[in-house]
Design a protein around this ligand. Structure first.
Ligand SMILES: C[S@@+](CC[C@H](N)C(=O)[O-])C[C@H]1O[C@@H](n2cnc3c(N)ncnc32)[C@H](O)[C@@H]1O
Length: 296
């Protein structure tokens, strides 16, 4: 039912959408997907205005291209480029040629094709903003499923009122959101490593400072009567984000893996696993462990 991003984005929330989207307050005038990434969340939301923001400008330029170009034209251009570079799952030279041309020209369509044939479909740049993901030999390619996702995605991009922007989350202008608006945050997680937050890229790193600035921002939004939902992890491979866990006590926590909503689940078991949560500043119907404890 939900639209899947054609980008197979690292950390994408497609598989969790049926847990995340129903939690949002209904009938939003304004919705912000502040860390849009593959835009799996923003593209599936219903609101009069949807703001989609990410610090990776090249990504936002790609969405802008999909939004402005008739979908049939995009598909035709993709097929022409596949032929021109003889792209398939084995042709590493073709992929490398495309990557070199992209790094010289930075065309959004070329970036899309690179993500199709790249290892794990990853979008990764070096400090000079050169795309450097290696070839996904025998694994990655533009295929019928990506094409189908692309058609649904770019159709929705044109039909919905989606406003694109590229800035650091601290620079986003929340005056345009207003009371009763909704801000969804899916930042890099401090205790896990995505290809966009390992500190070796041209784009901003994600450190304790960003984590703490985001929590301060969410407190401010809460004071202004703006709804927020934050995706994050409390525990990952034996690490805990203690500051986040402490801060979340003033709000509502939903464990996205239903097993953790079961209060009999032991904390020592949680330590070994990745425990994904949604922290919201509003109540919603689903009961979870913390709510159940509060009700006792
Ligand atoms: C976990 S991904 C989002 C995935 C997305 N929700 C999806 O379903 O496809 C996190 C995103 O945050 C972006 N990001 C990292 N630091 C940022 C910052 N300081 N300001 C804005 N965006 C940032 C990254 O570029 C990345 O695309």
């Amino acid at each position: 039912m939900y639209i899947k991003s054609p980008l197979n984005y690292t950390g994408g929330k497609y598989k969790l959408l049926d847990r995340i989207i129903p939690s949002f307050p209904q009938e939003n005038e304004c919705f912000v997907d502040l860390f849009a990434g593959g835009m799996n969340v923003g593209i599936n939301v219903t609101a009069n205005t949807i703001y989609s923001n990410d610090q990776i400008g090249y990504l936002i330029e790609l969405y802008d291209y999909f939004q402005k170009t008739p979908t049939a034209e995009v598909i035709e251009a993709i097929k022409e480029k596949i032929e021109f570079y003889s792209l398939d799952q084995q042709n590493i030279e073709g992929y490398n040629r495309l990557r070199e041309d992209y790094n010289n020209r930075k065309s959004p369509l070329m970036l899309f094709l690179l993500t199709c044939y790249a290892f794990n479909h990853q979008i990764r740049f070096n400090n000079s903003f050169q795309f450097n993901t290696p070839f996904g030999k025998d694994r990655s390619s533009y295929n019928a499923s990506i094409e189908n996702n692309l058609i649904r995605f770019s159709t929705a991009l044109k039909e919905k009122n989606i406003i694109l922007s590229s800035c650091d989350f601290r620079e986003f202008d929340f005056d345009k959101v207003g009371k009763g608006g909704m801000v969804y945050c899916d930042p890099p997680y401090l205790i896990t490593t995505g290809s966009y937050n390992d500190g070796k890229r041209g784009f901003g790193d994600w450190t304790k400072e960003e984590d703490s600035d985001l929590r301060a921002l969410l407190d401010k939004l809460n004071d202004k009567g703006i709804f927020f939902a934050l995706s994050n992890v409390f525990y990952h491979k034996g690490n805990a984000n203690e500051e986040l866990i402490k801060w979340s006590e003033k709000y509502r926590v939903t464990y996205l893996d239903k097993r953790y909503s079961n209060c009999s689940y032991h904390f020592k078991d949680r330590d070994a696993k990745t425990v994904e949560v949604l922290v919201t500043n509003y109540a919603w119907e689903e009961m979870n462990c913390q709510q159940m404890k509060l009700n006792l």
